[in-house]
Write a protein that binds this ligand. Structure first.
Ligand code: SAM
Length: 232
């Protein structure tokens, strides 16, 4: 509920309410006990309970090295089929993406939006795997936009790019993908079957098209290629 740094890699956490009740009533923990601490189901490290009463519990927690810096990147991705989504979430999280935005396009199967991979616990598991790989602890956010593409582009995309121009990976674009450092960026990656011409036309009005070279890459490869170019 409250977390304060008390030294390199050491934190003091104060828990109340639901988490305190879990410690006292479910774990039946007492001062001196060591408990696992995690985010969204993934364990980050062990914490020792240093004080415990009816209002709060105070824990001291060592996380080892501070987390590596995140890439200030929002990845805006046409929702791919579930196994591809898993790869993208894990790999892009390991590379440091801060926010995922999953949207619908003409060549995105509607059924993907009801897939198991979009349930909160499945998403959390993929993010955790990516974080653990990179020894990171800061969980990216995931937004899901099943509304029509046109509405998403008009109503949500401008706010996601916070005044900057989003970049859309588009094979054959005349501008090559920029290299780091580029500051905060919003990157759009299309569906496995590509955007339809009407979608391309709409995106060209609001985003800068960038090319990743003459090879057409799978979605998961395009994401890694993009992020690798933008990583410091
Ligand atoms: N036939 C589709 C087309 O031509 O757009 C291929 C789509 S590709 C499998 C999926 C997505 O990856 C694309 O929409 C694009 O965002 C990205 N992508 C793949 N290769 C790329 C490249 N060489 N340059 C830029 N983006 C690429």
């Amino acid at each position: 509920d409250e977390l304060a740094a008390i030294g390199a890699g050491s934190y003091r956490a104060v828990l109340a309410d639901r988490r305190l009740a879990h410690l006292r009533e479910v774990l039946r923990a007492s001062v001196g006990d060591s408990v696992g601490v995690g985010v969204e189901g993934g364990e980050l490290g062990r914490a020792t309970i240093v004080a415990l009463d009816e209002q709060t519990a105070t824990l001291e927690l060592r996380l080892g090295e501070p987390p590596p810096p995140a890439l200030d990147v929002t990845l805006v991705l046409a929702l791919p089929r579930p196994p591809t989504l898993r790869k993208v979430l894990q790999q892009a999280t390991a590379l440091g993406v801060k926010r995922f935005v999953l949207f619908r396009a003409e060549r995105v199967e509607k059924s993907y939006f009801s897939s198991h991979g979009l349930h909160a616990h499945a998403l959390a598991e993929d993010l955790r795997l990516g974080l653990e790989q990179a020894r990171d602890t800061i969980v990216p956010t995931v937004e899901i936009h099943p509304e029509h593409f046109g509405r998403f582009v008009r109503e949500r995309l401008p706010a996601l790019s916070e005044g900057g121009t989003p970049l859309v990976a588009h094979p054959g674009a005349t501008t090559p993908c920029p290299r780091a450092p580029i500051g905060p960026a919003t990157l759009i990656v299309g569906p496995e079957g590509g955007f339809i011409p009407a979608e391309v036309a709409m995106l060209m009005q609001v985003a800068q098209a960038i090319d990743l070279g003459p090879r057409i890459l799978r979605v998961e490869t395009a994401v890694v290629a993009l992020l690798a170019r933008l990583a410091p």
